[in-house]
Design a protein around this ligand. Structure first.
Ligand SMILES: *Cc1c(COP(=O)(O)O)cnc(C)c1O
Length: 434
């Protein structure tokens, strides 16, 4: 219950709704002696570089993911770059990717000489709009890159149907949704390849690191060939490869053809092996906390539920949980003002808007990154697919209708209840904020 004394807004000098300053609720990743011992063992053995620990981590990760191949990379960007090349994204080709995401979902395509055809997002899920994909496909399109943004699985069924119809590859960017289920299936290997970040801020956090997962042997071999020395039984000075089935790669066996070195740091791999053992349990903790919170705020005016709505689906580790926002429900109160009032109430982790639309950014319009004498986005294509303001309305306006919400790591109901009362307090007295 909100009492008369605490209805005065903290932003106007009233009492805060959140009085417990418990950062433990948000602490992540959870590092114990087990992680420390694993790292020390690698350090003491002098095995910081190399691949023996990483190969164990890959094997264990593939088993957890439920796929045939996992390839450890030094970050998620590298995993995405490798996945794109492995899926045939090369000079003069195109990918289709959502405009609202992190740069690395799409940007590596430019390095491969490809162009990016940005698609709009769905206003409720914030993931790529399946209805905005098909009309973008041309003979040059090679792959659709989807993102399970903020833990919400992209709607894979219609996307896979389109990919099948046009013989395109689907790459899943799993950086926000490790362990999430889409209709009972773990995201990452519903498409042809999955690529994910494991940097410290993500839900599966190992320091700096990334993982590529696939059931497709040729994609795996090509990803290895792109950025890894000596991973295929071949030395870098001989061509006597044993484990390569793709004959086009044989003459270059043992070499990173892309010119990149994308091997995972073994200290990260060591942390990853320990984190993986506990991930499902800890993810349950996050899910318990976030679902508890949502059950109590989903009917708060202005706040629109952002929880996966397909059957047998989960949000995985809930990286950067978001909510929809409807200013009209609160007399036009802006999301900026709503979040400022919550922050003043002691709420941590709220901020207005989400990732900004990428398609209007100068990097995808005017940057000549590789000295072609023209913008890289259209350096190698037979058409100009740059999209200006007004072309992707949902992506462009998402900033006013969405917000980040607190990312609770454990279900401490005393703390979460205070956050709930802060949301209720601000929403039910919004008129004073107008
Ligand atoms: C973090 C992130 C990446 C990049 O991963 P790094 O490990 O930072 O290279 C890619 N895609 C998305 C959606 C991300 O959030």
């Amino acid at each position: 219950m909100i009492t008369a004394t605490n209805t005065a807004f903290a932003i106007n000098g009233g009492e805060k709704a959140v009085t417990i300053n418990d950062m433990d609720t948000f602490h992540w990743p959870i590092i114990t002696n087990e992680d420390e011992e694993a790292v020390l063992a690698v350090l003491r053995r002098g095995a910081m570089s190399g691949t023996d620990v990483t190969e164990l981590f890959e094997k264990e990760f593939a088993a957890w993911q439920g796929c045939s191949y996992a390839l450890g990379c030094n970050n998620g960007t590298a995993a995405l770059h490798s996945a794109m090349w492995a899926c045939g994204v090369t000079h003069g080709t195109e990918i289709i990717a959502p405009s609202v995401t992190y740069w690395a979902t799409a940007l590596p395509a430019l390095n491969l000489g490809a162009s990016i055809n940005f698609a709009d997002i769905d206003p409720d899920t914030f993931t790529i709009d399946p209805d905005d994909i098909e009309h973008r496909i041309t003979k040059n399109t090679r792959a659709i890159v989807v993102v399970h943004l903020y833990g919400y699985a992209a709607d894979m069924d219609p996307i896979m149907a389109i990919a099948k119809k046009y013989n395109l590859k689907v790459i899943e960017d799993v950086s926000h949704a490790h362990g999430a289920l889409y209709k009972g299936r773990k995201v990452g290997t519903i498409g042809d390849a999955g690529a994910m970040s494991m940097m410290s801020g993500k839900c599966f956090a190992i320091g700096e690191g990334g993982m590529l997962v696939t059931n497709n042997r040729l994609i795996y071999e090509r990803a290895v060939a792109f950025g890894h020395y000596e991973r295929t039984g071949a030395s870098r000075y001989s061509n006597a490869a044993r484990a390569i089935t793709d004959e086009s790669l044989l003459p270059f066996a043992g070499l990173p053809m892309g010119g990149f070195k994308y091997r995972m740091h073994q200290l990260s791999a060591a942390v990853g092996r320990v984190q993986l053992k506990h991930y499902d349990d800890r993810m349950q903790g996050i899910q318990g906390a976030m679902n508890y919170f949502w059950e109590r705020i989903k009917d708060v005016p202005g706040v629109i539920e952002h929880r996966v709505q397909y059957e047998r689906s989960t949000m995985g580790g809930w990286y950067l949980p978001a909510a929809g926002y409807c200013a009209d429900d609160l007399g036009g109160l802006t999301v900026e003002r709503f979040c400022a009032a919550l922050t003043a109430e002691g709420v941590k982790g709220v901020s207005p808007g989400v990732n900004k639309a990428l398609h209007t950014h100068a990097l995808f319009h005017s940057a000549d990154i590789y000295g072609d004498g023209k913008p890289t986005m259209c350096a190698n294509t037979d058409r100009d697919i740059r999209e200006g303001a007004g072309t992707l309305p949902v992506a462009e306006n998402i900033g006013a209708r969405a917000m980040f919400i607190p990312w609770f790591k454990k279900c401490d109901t005393t703390v979460i209840d205070q956050y709930v009362s802060a949301f209720r307090k601000v929403a039910s007295n919004y008129r004073e904020l107008l």
